[in-house]
Every structure is written in C-alpha cells, then in structure tokens.
Design a protein around this ligand. Structure first.
Ligand code: 26Q
Length: 822
C-alpha cells in the first residue's frame, strides 16, 4: 500500500508513539496504565508541539535572515477553537497520530474531545482573525497576530428552565499545551497621570507624560501552523501583570497589604473578554484593555525593527503594516504618534507620514450602536497624552476639510473625530479612517454602504482609500478537519489539492447530475446527521429523526439577525399542524445555537422563547414527528464543527443592510447546506456563485428596506392584515408555552408592535414563509436537492480565506511570500 500523503513533518507512527509515551512519562509524570483521556490529550499535544516548534524556529530564522516586510494583525479577539486536530491536519500527521494512539489502545477522536476551545472572541470578527492567520501561514506570508491573553474567554452558556445563564470560561485551568511564555519580551505600559510641557531653549516644545501607573505585558505565543506545515507563524497574546514599580516598595504591614490592590488592578486588565458583540459597553476597563495590547504590540514591533535598522525610522513603513480589526485597536494610531513624537523626537509631519503608511482599518459594522465612541474625559484620565495627540490630529484634519469644503461648518462637525454635545466623545471610526492608508468593508454590499452611508465625505476626500475585501473561511478547518467523510469523498473525485486551491471544488459541478455521486454525497450528509443526532440526544435529551430536514441557525443572538423571524415561522408551522393534522410538510428539525450578550434583555428573552416553544412542540404528539425544535447550549467553534457538516438548510435571514458579511453562511454552504437568506452581506455573493436556482432568496432588498422606512413602517399593518402573523403574536401573550406564567414571552410581541419592529421582522414574514415552502418542496425531490447541495459545495471556491488574504496582500499590504525550507 502506498502512502497517501507525505506528512510535512519527518516523523512516522512508531516515532510519534514513542514521543507520546515519553511525554506521558516525562512531562505528565504518569504512565500508559494510569493515564486518562486528558493525560493522553496533553501527551499527544506535547508530541505534536515538538514538530510545531521545529517549524517555528525555522520560520523565524528565515524571516529574520530575509528581513521581511510583515503584516501585524491587531485584534481584540482571536476565536481559535481547538488546535490539536488543526495542527495534526496541517502537518499531515492525522493518520500517523491516530494510528499511534490506536496501538496504545486510545481513540484519537476521544482524546481530541478533551481539548477546551480557545474562545478568545465573541463571534464573526474573532473567528475571521483566526481564519486569516491560518491562511497567512498557509500562504507562507510573514505575519503576526497580536491580541489579549484573556484569562477567561467568552462565557460558557448553560440553559436552566429555558433561560441562558453565564458561567465563567476557564480554558487554561489545567494548562494550555500550545502556548509559550516569553518573559524575555515583556513590555511595560503606562496609564493615568499627567502631561508636563517643557520649553526647550531653541523654542521647541517637548511633552512628557508622567504616568500614574505602570503595568507589565507578558507575551504568550501560540504557534500558527500553515497547511503542509512549512510556515509556522505566531499569535502573540499579552497578559497583564503588576510591574512592581509602585508597590511592594513598602515598609510596613499595612502598606504591604495595600500594595496588593494595585496588583489586582493590573492583573484585571487581561482577566476577561467583554461579551457584548455589536453593542457598545463604554467601560473604562475595555478601553484600558485596548490600549494595553496595542501599546505592548507596537513596542514589540519597534524593538524588532530597531534590532535590524537601529534608529533609522525611514524604512519603518516599508517593513511594517498594521491591520486594525475594527476600531477596537484604533488607539494604536495615537500611540504610535506618541512614540514617534515624544520618544523618537520626530517632528509631527514626519511622524504622521510614517503613521499613515502603516495602518489599515477593517470596518465590520454599520449598526450605530456598535460604532465605538469614547468619552474624551475618559481618554484624558487614562491616556492624557493621547487625548492631546487626538486633538492635534483632528485640528490638522479640520484644515484639510476646510480646503475641500471651505467654510462648511456642518461638514466639519460631521467629520470631526470629536463629537460635540453634552459630553464630548471621540469617534474611533473617524480616527481610524483618518489615520489609515486603506479602509475596507467585508463584503461587496457592505463596502458599498460604508462608502455611501457611513463615510461618504471621506470617500470624496480620499477617492480609492475605501475599498472592499470580501471575507472568507479556512477550508482546512471548515471542511477538511470538521467533515472528514465529505473530504475523503472529494479527494477521491477531484484529488487532494482543494484545501490549498478551493476553486478546484468546481470540479464537482460536473458530477452534480451523477446519480451515484449524488447518493454518496447525501450518504455522507446522512452519516453526519446521525452523529449530530447523537450529540443532540446527549446534550438535550431530545430524539430527532435523521430523515427530517436539519434546518440550522447558528450565530450570536441579535435582533438584526432575526432568530425571532425563524421562531415566528416555527410557531406558524406548529399552528398549521394543529389546525390540520394532515398539513403536508416534510419533517423538519429546527436547530439553534446562539449566545446572547448578558445585558441584552430581548436577546435573552428570544432564547427563552425558543426553548419554551421547543418544550411544547417536542412533546406534542399531534405534530406527529413532523416538527422538532432544538436549542443546543453553549454554541462555540467546536460545536459548530459538529453542526455544520450535518446541516441541510442554512438560515441567513438578517434584515437587508445589517449583516456586514456573515461567515457562517460560507461554512454551511461549503458543507452542502442550502441557504435560505436575504440579499444581505456575503449572501449576495454566495447567490452569484451558486446561481439563483441553488439558493432560496427572499425578502426586502436594502433599497426596499430604506423605502419602507422612508414612507413610514408600521408593523401593525402586517399584524392586522395577515391573520397568521396576528395569531402567532397573540399566542405569545397566552400561557400556552409557559403554563401558569402568561405574558412570559410578551416582550417579543411588544418589540415587534409597540417597539416599532426595528428590523422589520413582520414585513418579511410572509416572504420568508413562502421561501420555506419552496425549501420543503425542493427537499422532497431527492435528486434535485442532492444536485443543489453538490453545486453549493462546488461553487464555494471564492470564499476561502486564502482568497481574502490574497486580496489584502495585493491591494493593501503589498507583501511577498517567504518560503521556509522544510
Ligand atoms: C465593542 C465595544 C465594547 C465591547 C465589545 C465590542 C464588540 C465586540 C465584538 C463589538 C463588536 C464585536 C464583534 C463584531 C462582529 O463579530 N462583527 C461581524 O464580523 C464578521 C466578520 O467580518 C462579519 O461577517 C459579520 O457580519 C459581523 O457582524
């Protein structure tokens, strides 16, 4: 038998086995007889890490020798998920490891289940960062991810009596085998205090910031293994610690104890990830987090640059590009200015010239409540020198605006970094656009709206600066690793190089009509559904029929994503079944996964309502097995990896214009799920790729949404004119789903009627329901469905994050790949 793939690492099964056993003994202090799955997991990771670190060393040496330009991806979030499976896959060692463990009497799949997710992110934005660093390593590009080493990632969700409760996430409690502490690269970060103005004898002014507090940033490196294991980049995450500068320096017991207070404050900075996606929190600690990791990261970059180029700043913008993942790291702009002005003592124009060649900014949202603004007073307190610099940036920008629109005070007020009002606010989006050389949205329609609605004057001022880079996902994790059965089938039909060149999937299109292939494709789906059914049973106790349509909506809970539109439709189906026991529909299981921000009341109410409707529907014999509703708790990357391969239908039903891109839509379509969706975000580009016959598009367009709002949207019109909408909303007010507690679900009805239905759920309800009828009809035609599903997988080439990274490289970063010899 010939070896199917050549592993990137030079290690065979018996060597791998020996390494695992050695780590069991020498790293974990246990042995083959005593070891549980957790110990096996750690030993397997340690064996793997030996290979990873070898690759890391070679990569760093190669990058150093070539003095390469590199991209520095600044992100407050990296939603990495699990790493063992990924690293084994990318190194081509999956079969080797699984064979080695088998000989030791251990199942690799069980061992991998021991790994906690690295959930250092909320959702789309954080997972995008993780996909991007995977692609950067795969494409052998010099890159480093910079972020925060949160002690607690996104909360763990439990469901009690239908309601979400939040429990702390403790991903590092028993140690993380992938991370390496680098005390030799510790940085110091200043906070608080005041600015002293010094007048030099030559009339020059120097500013000196006297900080009130100094904290230490301790870097932890996570190796990022590219496909085929050639380049291994790093993700560098900063942990805060007390610096010991201001405390411990005490002479009595009282002071000794008091000193602990400042230690606690310092260590609080990287304690916990804020769980509010798309909802502004405005908390001081959040701003400190942002500044802390940006300052550490810039100092780290500068230290590395100086090692090669000394004090010559002229080449800095040739070597360094910093990509800002939303405005969360925008404070890096005034921080670099501060370093250049006050430390390097460059003049303003030179410093600003450098700055504006280094930064590029990605916008991920148009929702007003998600656009970051900080009170000027808060910035002044924490970062007094930065506020001065922001004012100076703004002052100079205002004269640029005045040249373009002379005397126009309205446009100045609109474009100013400073929002005047009861409390002065600093608009981080404006700061980012002004301080960057490129700004991008994340899907065609989103980028168009960024130009037309969010930043139209900036687009006029600097034509070409605002651009689009459509998001993507890594096919290594989101097909090869998570769906091994489909991957092997694809390998057999079109060869094995699709993970690096996803357009190769196009080769499946010619098989879409092939009956034998259709059968194999749907057989894989069936087996994946069986696995998910077991997971559903284990985590919720619900039995589901794997012949039913698995209809999946997985994403953060937010009104604009309209999980409640899905729920209202489920209630309508339930009602139709009660009114007519012969109501003709193919059995369907609606499956949800969603976390709500802990302070987002209505989002939590929607989770509660889904669970209450599920209780009722699932236990009602009258629906005759045609309808099931499942809410899977604690949606996260590792759960997504189980749900996505088993999905038939992908729900992408946001109000047009609100979902910047979406990336779950791409993952589901890649795994052969058919999309029911609005013309929003990347759905539009998915529809372009698969063709209108292979997607269920419904609902208002952006233009229709705007027109309806313009003419005056009244949800009551839909309530009174559509009897089914009325019946379903009224049902929420009874105690049918919450026996003994009438009104427990009323907040949803209220938000849709009295609340004005801000996301126009009722306006799109009928179109959605009609599209669902088409889904039902299509599924009954087995051959037609199989063909559509195959075409979806075949046409997803565009949505590999390798293509997104290629776009960034060519249009924004201007990077060259740097091959690392094996
Ligand atoms: C802001 C201030 C304070 C605390 C938290 C936040 C915060 C945190 C996370 C604000 C926003 C986020 C995350 C946003 C996000 O995930 N956006 C999604 O980004 C994806 C990748 O581009 C897109 O596909 C989604 O459409 C977009 O919603």
């Amino acid at each position: 038998k010939v070896m199917k793939t050549t592993p990137a690492a030079k290690i065979d099964k018996s060597e791998f086995k020996a390494a695992v056993v050695r780590h069991l003994h020498c790293t974990l202090g246990t042995d083959e007889n005593k070891a549980n799955n957790h110990a096996w997991w750690k030993a397997t990771c340690a064996a793997m890490q030996e290979q990873v670190l070898e690759g890391l060393r070679k990569t760093q040496k190669t990058h150093y020798m070539n003095d390469t330009r590199a991209v520095h991806y600044f992100s407050a979030e990296f939603l990495m998920g699990r790493l063992l499976s990924n690293n084994l896959q990318n190194f081509g060692l999956y079969e080797v490891a699984s064979g080695a463990l088998k000989e030791l009497g251990v199942e690799l799949a069980d061992v991998m289940e021991e790994e906690p997710d690295m959930a250092l992110g909320n959702g789309g934005l954080g997972r995008l960062a993780a996909c991007f660093i995977d692609s950067l390593a795969t494409m052998e590009l010099p890159a480093i991810g910079y972020g925060l080493h949160y002690e607690h990632g996104l909360f763990r969700q439990e469901i009690r009596s239908g309601a979400q409760i939040e429990r702390p996430d403790s991903w590092r409690d028993y140690g993380n085998p992938w991370e390496i502490c680098r005390p030799e690269s510790i940085q110091e970060v200043s906070l608080y205090g005041y600015v002293e103005t010094k007048y030099g004898e030559n009339g020059g002014i120097q500013k000196e910031w006297h900080p009130g507090m100094i904290v230490k940033g301790v870097p932890w490196d996570i190796p990022v293994v590219g496909y085929e294991g050639k380049t291994v980049n790093v993700l560098r995450l900063w942990q805060s610690e007390a610096s010991g500068y201001f405390n411990w320096d005490v002479f009595n017991a009282g002071g000794y104890v008091d000193a602990q207070r400042e230690n606690v404050q310092a260590e609080t900075i990287s304690k916990v990830l804020y769980p509010n996606d798309e909802t502004e929190a405005g908390k001081e600690l959040r701003l400190i987090q942002q500044y802390f990791f940006c300052s550490c990261s810039l100092k780290d970059i500068i230290r590395r640059y100086k090692r090669a180029h000394g004090d010559d700043w002229s080449r800095f913008p040739e070597q360094v590009v910093v990509q800002l993942n939303d405005t969360h790291p925008a404070i890096a702009i005034p921080e670099l200015m501060r370093i250049l002005l006050d430390r390097a003592e460059l003049d303003w124009d030179t410093a600003w010239g450098i700055c504006t060649k280094v930064f590029a900014y990605t916008n991920h949202t148009l929702l007003p409540e998600a656009l970051e603004k900080w009170p000027a007073r808060m910035i002044e307190k924490i970062l007094p020198r930065h506020l001065e610099i922001i004012y100076e940036i703004n002052h100079r920008f205002m004269s640029v605006v005045d040249k373009k629109w002379p005397g126009d005070n309205a446009v100045k007020a609109k474009l100013s970094i400073i929002e005047e009002g009861h409390e002065k606010m600093v608009r981080m989006g404006h700061l980012s656009v002004i301080g960057s050389f490129a700004v991008n949205g994340v899907a065609e329609i989103h980028s168009k709206l960024v130009k037309q609605n969010l930043f139209p004057e900036f687009d006029q001022l600097w034509p070409g600066k605002l651009t689009n880079v459509t998001n993507g996902i890594t096919p290594r994790r989101w097909l090869k690793a998570c769906n091994p059965k489909l991957s092997k089938l694809i390998d057999k039909k079109i060869g094995e190089d699709w993970p690096k060149d996803l357009y190769k999937l196009e080769g499946l299109a010619k098989l879409a009509d092939n009956k034998a292939f259709q059968k194999q494709f749907m057989q894989v789906k069936q087996e994946n559904k069986q696995l998910l059914a077991e997971e559903i049973k284990a985590s919720t106790g619900i039995d589901v029929d794997t012949k039913a349509i698995f209809d999946v909506q997985i994403k953060r809970l937010h009104e604009y994503k309209r999980q409640h539109l899905n729920l209202l439709h489920i209630m309508a189906l339930y009602r139709r079944l009660l009114e007519n026991p012969d109501y003709d529909m193919h059995p369907r299981v609606f499956i949800f996964g969603a976390k709500a921000a802990p302070g987002y009341k209505l989002a939590k109410d929607i989770i509660f309502a889904i669970n209450k409707v599920a209780d009722k529907v699932n236990n009602d014999p009258r629906v005759n097995g045609k309808l099931k509703v499942v809410f899977l708790p604690n949606y996260r990357v590792s759960l997504a990896e189980k749900m996505i391969p088993a999905s038939d239908v992908s729900e992408q039903i946001s109000t047009a214009g609100k979902e910047a891109s979406g990336t779950g839509n791409m993952k589901l379509a890649l795994n052969g799920a058919l999309t029911i969706g609005t013309l929003d975000g990347a759905n539009i580009e998915i529809a372009e790729e698969v063709g209108d016959d292979n997607i269920f598009i419904f609902g208002m367009t952006v233009e229709e949404v705007d027109a309806l709002r313009e003419k005056g949207y009244n949800p009551h019109d839909y309530y009174y004119r559509d009897a089914e909408i009325k019946a379903v909303l009224d049902w929420l007010e009874t105690d049918y789903f919450t026996p003994g507690s009438p009104g427990a679900l009323v907040s949803i009805k209220q938000s849709l009627l009295d609340g004005g239905d801000p996301y126009m759920v009722l306006a799109d309800f009928r179109a959605y329901s009609d599209a669902q009828l088409k889904v039902d009809e299509a599924y009954r035609d087995t051959a037609r469905w199989a063909k559509m599903a195959i075409i979806n997988t075949a046409k997803m080439g565009k949505f590999t994050s390798d293509r997104s990274i290629k776009d960034y490289v060519e249009r924004i970063w201007k990077l060259e790949s740097c091959p690392v010899e094996k």
